[in-house]
Write a protein that binds this ligand. Structure first.
Ligand code: UFG
Length: 338
């Protein structure tokens, strides 16, 4: 059965992939975005754009009131650990403050399903090899803290007002739409996979590895790279699970790759060398973050389609190779006379 959904940040990396999944099911989708980070070209035909900043309480109230919504999916926000270490109050203000504005509007207008894009960054420096939902929460960055505060606000929104929520703590979103319509395009780009790919493509002179002295087998940080289309599927399954009550899930593939593993994978997929040098650690980076996704798999039947690093990298590589200027390339091509 199709539904009607409001997707904040639906023009961003993970949000746009969820919108693609919803449209493919025949759902109605309104994308709320201020287009500071998101891209208009990332909204596929079939979805409607609402040019709204979450700081604008009146506009947020108006669009939430224009329901009924089967659910609100909330992706909008800042998501860079290192940036949050430099500008903590911006992260707390925008991610938590504006998120609260949205949650309050949902409560006011009777929305009873909410899905939050949360993060593994709220686990801090874990001591177990794989993190499940019982792992203690202890954010070591304002980014992680801002998402944790939102999760807590949702717990109270449920207890007091009956707003059911699914929070998805995802690990490292990576790859891109296998159909080649969507990709990862941050300005400026700071993420490992796109930067390593750009280095292979000769668009950057070298890749800088942040820290080679971590307590890991090759000394570089280990992360759990989960394909963005698998993440989109996880959101949909978590939404369905809300019929049984609020839930929180850790979403990753359950296996880690080091920074050097990713560099080698990019070399295999591209057939080119990635020049790199090892520099100092980046503040706020935990050594290892790997999910135990057992709970979401058991409860929702979710299972990642992409489990091989090279397959994830290949989708990212194909989009980046075809879009030298990210979504700007798509606009330029579309605007060119044939
Ligand atoms: N890295 C480098 N050099 C770079 C960029 C990254 O060595 O130029 C390393 C980082 O130190 C880290 C790894 O590559 O060890 C991955 O870094 P990313 O910047 O790609 O991603 P993060 O792990 O910092 O953060 C991402 C999302 C967060 C989310 C987190 C959860 O950006 O929103 O994953 O694991 F919270």
């Amino acid at each position: 059965m199709s539904g009607r959904f409001l997707v904040t940040g639906g023009a961003g990396f993970v949000g746009s992939h969820l919108v693609a999944t919803l449209i493919a099911r025949g759902d109605d989708c309104v994308v709320l975005d201020n287009f500071r980070i998101g891209h208009r070209a990332a909204i596929l035909p079939g979805a409607e754009a609402a040019d709204i900043d979450l700081a604008d309480r009146v506009a947020v109230d108006r669009i939430v009131a224009a329901g009924p919504w089967d659910a609100v999916f909330h992706f909008a926000g800042l998501s860079l650990v290192a940036e949050s270490m430099r500008d903590p109050f911006r992260y707390l203000g925008e991610n938590f403050g504006h998120g609260l504005t949205l949650i309050e509007a949902c409560v006011r207008h009777g929305v009873d399903r909410f899905v939050l894009s949360s993060t593994a960054a709220l686990f801090g420096r874990p001591t177990t090899p794989r993190l499940d939902e019982t792992t203690p929460i202890d954010p070591v960055s304002p980014y992680g803290e801002s998402k944790w505060l939102l999760e807590r606000a949702l717990v109270w929104a449920d207890r007091v007002h009956g707003l059911r929520s699914a929070t998805l703590r995802y690990f490292n979103a990576a790859g891109s739409d296998p159909a080649g319509r969507l990709g990862e395009d941050h300005q400026p780009e700071t993420h490992l996979m796109p930067l390593a790919i750009d280095t292979a493509l000769g668009r950057r002179p070298e890749f800088v590895v942040f820290g080679g002295d971590y307590d890991t087998p090759d000394g570089t940080c280990i992360r759990d790279y989960v394909h963005v289309s698998d993440l989109a599927d996880a959101h949909l399954r978590a939404f369905r699970q809300l019929d049984r009550g609020s839930v929180a899930y850790n979403v990753g593939i359950g296996a880690g790759a080091s920074v050097l593993d990713v560099i080698r994978s990019v070399e295999r997929v591209s057939g080119r060398k990635v020049r790199y040098r090892v520099a100092d650690r980046r503040p706020g980076d935990p050594a290892v973050l790997v999910a135990d996704p057992g709970k979401i798999m058991r409860e929702t039947g979710w299972s990642p389609r992409f489990t091989a690093l090279d397959d994830i990298v290949r989708t990212a590589f194909d989009w980046r190779a075809a879009h030298p200027n990210g979504y700007e390339s798509a606009l330029t091509n579309a605007a060119s006379p044939v």
